[in-house]
Design a protein around this ligand. Structure first.
Ligand code: ADP
Ligand code: ASP
Ligand code: MG
Length: 408
């Protein structure tokens, strides 16, 4: 007998019919003798719809109230699935994030899980119940409802799996596993049998929406056995583990990308020691995530460019305008509609030609690279959004990601 966490994403629970199929899958597991914790997302596009309603209600929704609203999406699925499981003859219990003992830090919209008190959950499991937990949410020490960031139900699942020391955490979704890149963008994308925690972490941070980055972080930290697979068929999924075999000779495991990247440039900054720390401290205090940073010194002084997600643009402009005198820049410029494309693979660290191959593949297509950032296992380039699909195609081909040739 094992203890399994099964997480079902939005599309997988998009209608009552689909929730019924999910219930059938959970029942099969339970009948085979396993204890099951199910974690669910909001049905279909419910979260998007709730965000839309909030934005229709007011221009910039209060973040506390937004979390209050968004957390209801997962609760609906949680209750519906539990009703259906009971109707099928199972003993089941639905729990919201806070009923499941999930405490988070107090950041609305993007809270991190701090602690999970599992007593209530464990008690229900010991009573033979299937426990159904609403994903994506928790509660702060001051009893405020928080959400974990878009896609955060994955993190609920992995964190619960770590807390109860589950034997396996399965992420059921609308694709057969983790692909070399988003199969919706590149037809030749190929499902990977396995990928390492580090590569998956990098892919997730760099935009591969198939797993929430903090889910992978927790899986790596607590060594949670993690599988991504389809809720619509029985195909074996992708195993995420410590070390994964390389499948081709090009050192690149996959491509990730982000759309809606904005480049912000501050011109005419004072050229002094504390300028960078002044700017980024103020943005960090406002919890704005900065990505790629470039500074440029010319006769007009120092200029500083960095990228942010478009959702942070209003807050960024607010902070920078408020602090204009304190920071001492002359004017601010923004360039929206950019995309960031990244190649990821742990084999890159020992293969110096990879970045050069990436840059020439893009420039041969006439794609201008506006910014670059590298680490041991990735190379990211910022390009115009309109070039995104072309860039993905050419990089997928260049690094032979459509081919499997097992090496090493
Ligand atoms: P869920 O609602 O089940 O959590 P998501 O939409 O969050 O599903 O994640 C699944 C989607 O992730 C896929 O439909 C696919 O379009 C996208 N995706 C992005 N990158 C990848 C990748 N490398 N492999 C597989 N899917 C990816
Ligand atoms: N429902 C939330 C979202 O759409 C969380 C999740 O699905 O993981 O982002
Ligand atoms: Mg998801």
């Amino acid at each position: 007998m094992g203890l399994i966490v099964m997480k079902f994403g939005g599309t997988s629970v998009g209608s009552i019919e689909r929730i019924r199929r999910v219930a059938g899958r959970i029942m099969e597991r339970k009948r085979s003798g396993d204890q099951v914790i199910a974690v669910v997302s909001a049905m279909g596009k419910t979260t998007d719809e709730l965000v839309r309603l909030a934005n229709e209600a007011v221009r910039r929704p209060n973040k506390r109230e937004l979390d209050m609203l968004l957390s209801t999406g997962e609760q609906q699925t949680c209750a519906l699935l539990t009703m259906i499981l009971e109707d099928m003859g199972a003993a089941a219990l639905s729990l919201t994030g806070w009923q499941a003992g999930i405490t988070t830090e107090s950041v609305f919209g993007n809270a991190r899980i701090k602690e999970i008190q599992t007593e209530r959950l464990q008690k229900a499991l010991h009573q033979g119940k299937i426990v159904v937990v609403a994903g994506f949410q928790g509660i702060t020490e001051n009893d405020e409802i928080t959400t974990l960031g878009r896609g955060g139900s994955d993190t609920t699942a992995v964190a619960l799996a770590a807390a109860v020391q589950a034997d396996l955490c399965e992420i059921y979704t609308d694709v057969d596993g983790v692909y070399t890149t988003d199969p919706r963008y590149v037809k030749a994308a190929r499902k990977l049998d396995e990928i390492s925690y580090d590569e998956m972490l990098e892919m997730a941070y760099l935009g591969a929406g198939v797993l929430h980055p903090r889910a992978v972080e927790n899986a790596k930290k607590y060594k949670v056995p993690l599988v991504v697979r389809s809720s619509f068929n029985d195909t074996e999924g992708t195993v995420i583990k410590e070390e994964a075999q390389m499948e081709n000779q090009m050192s690149v495991r996959g491509l990730a990308f982000e759309r809606n990247v904005v480049k912000v440039t501050l011109h005419g900054l004072p050229n002094k020691m504390t300028t960078l720390s002044d700017v980024f401290k103020k943005l960090a205090d406002a919890r704005i995530n900065i990505d790629i940073i470039i500074q440029n010194i010319s006769e007009n002084g120092l200029s500083l460019s960095f990228t942010i997600a478009v959702n942070d643009l209003d807050d960024t402009i607010d902070v920078l305008e408020k602090e204009k005198a304190a920071i001492g820049y002359q004017y601010l410029e923004t360039e929206a509609g950019l995309a960031k494309v990244s190649i990821v693979g742990s084999g890159m660290a020992s293969n110096p030609g990879v970045a050069a191959t990436c840059f020439s593949a893009l420039s041969d297509q006439g794609i201008l690279i506006k910014m670059v950032s590298t680490s041991e296992i990735k190379v990211s380039t910022v390009i115009a959004g309109e070039n995104l699909e072309k860039a993905l195609q050419v990089l997928h081909e260049t690094f032979q990601l459509d081919m499997t040739v097992r090496v090493g």
